[in-house]
Design a protein around this ligand. Structure first.
Ligand code: PLP
Length: 450
């Protein structure tokens, strides 16, 4: 077997076999790309590795670098590649549409946008039937906030601490991680406690966290608010699943205060949680507005806002338009993604592979003190590293070392949390049980060799 033992002299685990030969790469090498990026694309503090990887090809759950080395992609371009890199159905849909018509703005009619919108609306519960097509998660959240303010007639928005909702001047206000925030005016946005079962002051006690929201409405606002936004599973904040029951309590309070409930499903939608198609369903709620991006396009620039016909009415008085939103190519790609998720039963697959993976990670946690928490569901998991389990001191430096070691072993994971001490495991949804075993063996091997 490929299982690694804890002895550092044991052979490193090997990637599962995979039937794909990458093309020989003759393009620009990483060193030169890095030099040019620094010169022409500005400074970046967001490289994952000391020597950033030059990724030249992708196939399903694997990526290849300039030397043809294969990596298991356990973060999917930050939770974006849902069906798999270059999934043939998505590639075909994009190529076919590109040959016929690449662009026609929504001032004309085109079948692709309505086919996509109809398919997306069919996936939504309740009265969430009106779709606005945009190009990113940031744009989706900007539009959602605009709708909430117009519909409620109020300005005050509530978001969670530790949230990430985007990097535009509006959504930077919703975002609540100092890593991402430039100091600009917040514009009537208030942040409430993050109902994080592992780190939050009230553990999994949703009632206490909800009480804090109520206090904020009563004592920190006029009593009338525009809306409340939350990721149902925080992403950049480090794969945090909100305390069970929290959203139900808070949605009731928000609606009583005249506000609109927004679910940011940019990362958690499309079956990734395994148990449900949408993250908010894990909390038993139906939002008034749902925002999406990332996995909706398998890597194409595509986002959406879905709301009720009543709320959508607020945008009938002025022109609501964006040039690329709903372009035929991305719409055709988005439709292909929705079909693949159903055809290949990806939600069910996430449930079964995810439960195997989380079980193995929890077993690994018993072996290694440094693993403070293993959490999540489906293929939406987090592993949090601490130097001290009681104090929960973030193992920042150790996590950085492990990230590099995993890369050398052939596994790319995401990192998250304020201290970068959480590994996010959110691979393309075609990730297999063998991939899961390899990932856990590689993590075991990396920690054992520390
Ligand atoms: N919302 C969440 C939960 C995200 O993770 C992101 C990620 O970047 C965004 C919004 C913003 O999306 P985008 O980067 O497409 O603008």
């Amino acid at each position: 077997g490929r299982r690694a033992s804890s002895s550092s002299s044991a052979a490193p685990p090997e990637l599962p076999p995979f039937d794909h030969v990458p093309r020989p790469y003759k393009g620009m090498l990483g060193d030169e790309i890095l030099r040019k990026r620094q010169r022409f694309l500005g400074p970046s503090i967001f490289y994952y590795y000391q020597k950033p990887l030059n990724i030249v090809e992708g196939k399903m759950q694997y990526l290849y670098d300039e030397n043809g080395k294969r990596y298991l992609d356990a973060i999917a371009g930050i939770v974006t590649v849902s069906c798999g890199h270059c999934h043939p159905d998505v590639v075909d849909a994009v190529i076919e549409q590109s040959k016929i018509l690449q662009h026609a703005t929504t001032i004309y009619l085109h079948h692709a946008i309505v086919e996509f919108a109809e398919a997306l609306a069919s996936k939504m519960p309740g009265n969430l039937k009106v779709v606005y097509v945009v190009n990113s998660g940031t744009e989706a959240n900007e539009l959602a906030m605009l709708m909430a303010r117009l519909y409620s007639g109020n300005l005050s928005m509530i978001a969670l601490r530790n949230a990430y909702h985007g990097g535009s001047s509006g959504t930077i206000g919703l975002t609540a991680l100092q890593t991402w925030k430039y100091p600009i005016p917040q514009g009537e946005i208030h942040h409430v406690m993050n109902p994080n079962p592992y780190r939050g002051a009230f553990g999994s006690d949703a009632v206490s966290y909800a009480k804090e929201v109520e206090d904020h409405i009563n004592f920190g606002s006029s009593g009338n608010i525009a809306g409340f936004i939350a990721e149902t599973f925080q992403g950049a904040g480090g794969a945090v699943e909100l305390a069970p029951g929290y959203l139900k309590l808070v949605y009731d309070m928000v609606r009583k205060a005249g506000g609109v409930c927004i679910a940011d499903e940019v990362q958690s939608g499309f079956g990734r949680t395994g148990s449900h198609y949408w993250g908010f369903e894990t909390q038993g709620v139906i939002p008034d507005i749902v925002t999406m991006a990332k996995g909706i396009g398998n890597g194409l620039p595509l986002g959406a806002v879905v709301t009720t016909p009543e709320i959508a009415q607020v945008l009938s008085k002025k022109i609501q338009f964006n040039t690329f939103g709903g372009n035929p190519v991305c719409s055709a790609g988005g439709l292909a993604v929705l079909k693949v998720i159903d055809k290949e039963k990806r939600q069910e697959h996430c449930a079964s592979v995810g439960s195997h993976l989380i079980e193995r990670l929890k077993t690994l946690q018993q072996k290694h003190e440094i693993i403070g928490d293993v959490r999540g569901r489906g293929l939406m998991l987090g592993v949090e590293f601490v130097t001290d389990r009681k104090e929960k001191t973030p193992a920042k430096a150790e996590a950085a070392v492990l990230l590099e070691k995993l890369k050398d072993l052939g596994v790319l994971v995401g990192k998250g949390g304020l201290h970068g001490n959480v590994f996010r495991i959110k691979p393309p949804m075609c990730f297999t049980k063998d991939d899961a075993d390899f990932l856990v063996d590689a993590l075991d091997y990396a920690i054992s060799g520390m």
